[in-house]
Design a protein around this ligand. Structure first.
Ligand SMILES: [Zn+2]
Length: 127
């Protein structure tokens, strides 16, 4: 399921959605905040242009709502149901989680978004 060729592989690792051979991002570490959204123009392996059209990645905003909610729910479940924390602590942990994971959420959203439009092509993959 997480192997090369599945959408999850590309989404979780931020690799080119067509060939899965290399990262779309200039800096693989999302916590280098000045470079969090810096992407290569094209894949150097298969030449896929990531930004299909101008402002293509604005659509990722919609995805980021869903991804953000998923992280918030996870924070809620862990703090409230697992640790039985008070409502104030639960609230703080949700806010803290969203802030701490913001770079990850931003990138995951872009990865999910681009994977709606592009699909893995085995013939393009680096052998
Ligand atoms: Zn590629």
């Amino acid at each position: 399921m997480f192997k090369k060729g599945s959408k999850l592989y590309s989404i979780l690792r931020g690799t080119c959605p067509k060939c899965h051979s290399e990262s779309m991002y200039v800096n693989k570490n999302p916590y280098v905040l000045t470079e969090v959204l810096d992407m290569h123009e094209r894949c150097s392996c298969c030449k896929t242009k990531y930004k299909i059209e101008p402002s293509f990645f604005y659509g990722a905003m919609y995805v980021s709502y869903a991804v953000g909610i998923a992280f918030a729910v996870a924070a809620f479940v862990i703090s409230f149901l697992v640790f039985k924390a008070s409502i104030h602590i639960v609230f703080a942990s949700i806010v803290g989680t969203l802030v701490a994971f913001l770079p990850v959420i931003l990138r995951l959203s872009r990865n999910i978004w681009i994977n709606f439009f592009m699909h893995y092509d085995k013939s393009l993959a680096r052998k």
